[in-house]
Design a binder for this molecule. Structure first.
Ligand code: ME8
Length: 655
C-alpha cells in the first residue's frame, strides 16, 4: 500500500512556532505509523512564498522578497530535523517546476472556459489575502484579523467555482470520511447550503508583482491560494510523473481549522475543473493557544519549538503535543501542563516501567531474556496478552482515524497494567524461592516482550526514545525494520536476547524549588550496599517528587455541610456556597456546569480548610471544595464532588 500525506505549506512571513510544529509532527507521526504498517510513504511539507504578506514582511526587513523567502524557508527546513520530523519532500512555491505547473493548469482551466474576466468590488482582507463576503464580517471587521477590510473595486479573473457547488455537496455527503472530524464536515456543508460565489484568482500587477504571472494576461499575477494549493500536485510529479497516480489516489491533507475553506471548497472544485480526482481525506485540527490566550507576536507569547526541544527534549515535546490535544479541538499550551505530562506519563509511567523491568532482568536473569516456563503461565498472564493485543488493535484504529490522543491513551492503559503486573508478581519475592524459578522466568519474559511491543508502537510518536528502548532491548535492527503485522503481536521477543540497561529514558524534571524529602528510609542515592543486609524491598522506586507525611499534614482537609448554594451573576461556572465546617464560611466553587444549587444543599463535601482566602467575582472564598475531574477522549470534562462514605459531623478532619 501507499500513503501520501501533506501539511500546509507555511507562509514565510513568520518563523515556525508550535502551531506549525504540531501539524508537521502529526504528519510525520502518521507517516512513520504508515511505514510501520508496511506502506511506501511520501510525506510532503514546504513553504508558501508569494503574495502581499511576504512583500510586506520583506519590506519590514529592508531586503528583497527573494532574499527574504530564501532565508525564512530555510529556517522552516532547518527546524524540522530538530523535532525528528523527516519529510520526504520539501516544496517551495518559488521552485521552477511549481511555477510552470501553476501556469499550465491556469491555461488549461482558462482554455476550457472555467476562468473569466470581470469587475469586482468587495471587502478585501490583507491578512486573509482574499475578499470576504458580507456575512463573514463581524462588526464590519475580519473575525480572524480584527481589522476593517479595505473596499476594493477592480477588474480581475474569476474561477467558476459556483459551477461545481452541487457536485461538491454530493461528494462530501456521499464520502463521510472526506472531511474529518465531523464538526468540520458539517461546517463546510453548512457553508455550502448558501449559493457559492466564484473565486477571484488574480491580482493586478499594479498592486502585486510578487506572484506567478497569469499565462494568458501578463498584467496579472495569480492569487496566492490558486498557486499554493497546487503544491500538492507538483510535489508528486503531476501530470506525467511515474508515481503520480499511485500517490494521488491516496492523498491525505492535514491542516488547521483556519484554512478549512480553501482546502474543503476551493481545492476540490479546482481539481474537478482540471479533471483530477478529489483527494482522499482532509484532516482538520484545532488551534493551540498559550495559557488560554491566542498566540500572537504582539502579546509576545509565541512558543518556538526549538526552545522547547532544548529545554525538554524532542520526545517530550512530540508526546505532549500529540497527547494533550484532542485532534480537532483547540488546546491550551502551558509549560506546567508539559512538565506535568513529562513527570507523570513519561518519567513515572513509561520511564519507570522500563528501568524497573530492565533492572530486574539484569538482577534475576543476567540481562538475558529467559525462556517462558509454560507450566507457570497464569490466567492473569493471559489477560495481559489479551490487553497487549487489544492495545495494538485500538492503537491502529485510532492512528488511522487521526485520534492520536486516543492511541496514546490505549498504550498508557497497558503501561499502567504492566506496572501493576510487577507489583502483584513481585519478582524480588519469587527470586528468593528456588521453587519459583520457572515462574520468575515467565514473569521476566512477559516484561521483556511487553517492553518490545511498547517500543514498537511508540516509534512513530517518539522516534528517539523508541530507538533507545530498542537498543536497551537488544532489538535495534529488528525494530527499525519491523512492521506491525509481523512484530505487533505477543511473544516475538527471542529468548536469549541480550539486554543493555542504558541511561534513564525520561529523567524527572528537577523542580525549581525542590524540598528534600524527609523521613524516607530508602531511595535514590542509597547505594545497593546499604540495602544488602535488609529485607529486600521492591527495587528502584524513584522518591523524587514525592512528599512526606509532614508535608501532607500541612493541608487541613475537613468535612463541610453545604447550607446554601446560589449562582453568581456573570460567572457561569461558579457557585457561591455557605458551608458549616463546623463554623460557617463562604466558598466559591467552579462547579456550576456540573451541579445545580438545589441539588447541593445538605450535601457533605470535603474542603481544604486552611487555604488563604481569595477573592473571586468580588466574593471572598475561604477555602476550596474538592472534586474529581474526568476528561473523556473528546476533551469533555465532568466534575464529581468528593464526599464522605458515611454520616459524620461537619468540621471532622480528613486525614
Ligand atoms: O495558511 N495552532 O500558511 P500559515 C495550530 N500558506 N496550528 C497552527 C497554529 C495554531 N495556533 N497556527 C498555525 C497558510 N498553525 C498557507 C497555507 S496550504 C496550500 C497554504 C498551522 O503559515 C496550521 O497547520 O498561515 C495552520 O493551518 C497553518 O499553520 C497555517 O499556516
Amino acid at each position: 500500500m501507499t500513503t501520501y500525506i501533506t501539511t500546509p505549506i507555511y507562509y514565510v512571513n513568520a518563523m515556525p512556532h508550535i502551531g506549525h510544529a504540531y501539524t508537521t509532527i502529526i504528519a510525520d507521526t502518521y507517516s512513520r505509523f504508515r511505514c510501520l504498517c508496511g506502506d511506501e510513504v511520501c510525506f510532503q511539507t514546504g513553504t508558501d512564498e508569494h503574495g502581499e504578506k511576504i512583500v510586506q514582511a520583506a519590506e519590514g526587513e529592508g531586503i528583497s522578497p527573494r532574499e527574504y523567502v530564501d532565508r525564512i524557508s530555510d529556517s522552516f527546513r532547518q527546524t524540522w530535523p530538530g523535532l525528528d520530523i523527516a519529510p520526504d519532500h520539501f516544496i517551495r512555491t518559488t521552485d521552477a517546476d511549481h511555477i510552470k505547473l501553476v501556469q499550465d493548469i491556469l491555461q488549461k482551466v482558462y482554455d476550457q472556459g472555467d476562468i473569466y474576466f470581470s469587475e469586482y468590488s468587495g471587502h478585501y482582507c490583507k491578512g486573509c489575502e482574499r475578499f470576504l463576503t458580507e456575512k463573514e464580517l463581524v462588526d464590519g471587521k475580519c473575525p480572524d484579523h480584527q481589522t476593517v477590510p479595505e473596499e476594493i473595486s477592480e477588474q480581475n479573473y474569476f474561477f467558476r467555482m459556483s459551477k461545481y457547488q452541487d457536485w461538491l455537496i454530493d461528494h462530501i455527503k456521499s464520502n463521510p470520511e472526506y472531511i474529518t472530524p465531523e464538526r468540520y464536515r458539517n461546517e463546510v456543508l453548512s457553508f455550502l447550503s448558501e449559493p457559492l460565489e466564484d473565486l477571484c484568482i488574480s491580482r493586478p500587477c499594479s498592486r502585486l508583482t510578487w506572484g506567478i504571472p497569469l499565462p494568458f494576461d501578463k498584467n496579472f499575477v495569480t492569487y496566492v491560494w490558486f498557486d499554493a494549493l497546487i503544491n500538492y500536485l507538483t510535489g508528486i510529479g503531476y501530470p506525467n510523473g511515474p508515481d503520480f497516480d499511485k500517490h494521488w489516489s491516496v492523498a491525505e491533507h492535514v491542516i488547521a481549522k483556519d484554512i478549512l475553506k480553501p482546502h474543503a471548497i476551493y481545492w476540490p472544485t479546482m481539481l474537478q475543473s482540471m479533471g483530477v480526482a478529489p483527494y482522499q481525506r482532509l484532516h482538520v485540527h484545532g488551534y493551540w493557544n498559550v495559557d488560554e490566550t491566542k498566540m500572537s507576536k504582539s502579546i509576545g507569547n509565541v512558543i518556538r519549538p526549538g526552545e522547547l526541544v532544548e529545554e525538554y527534549g524532542v520526545d517530550t515535546v512530540r508526546y505532549f503535543l500529540l497527547r494533550e490535544m484532542s485532534f480537532g479541538r483547540d488546546s491550551s499550551f502551558s509549560t506546567e501542563a508539559l512538565e506535568s505530562r513529562r513527570n507523570s506519563d513519561l518519567a513515572n509511567d513509561v520511564g519507570n516501567l522500563f528501568s524497573r523491568a530492565l533492572t530486574m532482568l539484569a538482577k534475576y536473569a543476567d540481562s538475558i531474556v529467559p525462556e517462558i516456563d509454560k507450566a507457570t503461565v497464569t490466567e492473569e498472564d493471559r489477560v495481559l496478552v489479551d490487553a497487549l493485543e487489544k492495545m495494538v488493535a485500538d492503537y491502529t484504529t485510532a492512528m488511522n482515524a487521526f485520534e492520536f490522543h486516543k492511541a496514546l491513551q490505549s498504550i498508557w492503559e497497558v503501561i499502567g497494567m504492566l506496572n501493576r503486573f510487577i507489583v502483584t508478581n513481585a519478582p524480588w519475592e519469587l527470586a528468593k524461592d528456588p521453587d519459583q524459578a520457572g515462574r520468575l522466568n515467565t514473569v521476566l519474559y512477559f516484561l521483556a516482550d511487553s517492553l518490545r511491543l511498547l517500543a514498537l508502537v511508540l516509534r512513530p510518536v517518539m522516534p528517539t526514545a523508541a530507538d533507545k528502548m530498542a537498543v536497551a532491548l537488544g532489538q535495534a535492527d529488528e525494530l527499525a525494520k519491523a512492521t506491525l503485522e509481523e512484530e505487533g503481536c505477543w511473544g516475538r521477543m527471542p529468548a536469549g536476547t541480550v539486554l543493555h540497561q542504558g541511561e534513564a529514558l525520561f529523567p524527572r524534571l528537577e523542580k525549581k524549588k525542590k524540598q528534600q524529602p524527609q523521613a524516607q528510609t530508602q531511595g535514590k542515592g542509597q547505594g545497593k550496599k546499604g540495602q544488602a543486609k535488609k529485607k529486600e524491598a521492591e527495587p528502584e522506586i524513584d522518591m523524587e517528587g514525592l512528599i512526606t507525611f509532614e508535608q501532607f499534614g500541612e493541608v487541613e482537609l475537613r468535612v463541610a455541610e453545604i447550607v446554601t448554594a446560589e449562582k453568581i451573576k456573570k460567572a457561569n461556572k461558579l457557585l457561591k456556597l455557605t458551608v458549616k465546617a463546623p463554623e460557617e464560611r463562604t466558598l466559591v466553587a467552579g462547579i456550576a456546569l456540573h451541579y445545580s444549587p438545589e441539588d447541593l444543599v445538605g450535601k457533605k463535601v470535603i474542603i481544604v480548610a486552611n487555604l488563604k482566602p481569595a477573592k473571586l467575582m468580588g466574593i471572598t472564598s475561604q477555602g476550596m471544595v474538592l472534586a474529581a475531574k474526568e476528561t473523556d477522549a473528546d476533551g469533555n470534562e465532568r466534575l464529581v464532588l468528593s464526599t464522605v462514605a458515611g454520616d459524620i459531623a461537619p468540621g471532622s478532619r480528613v486525614a
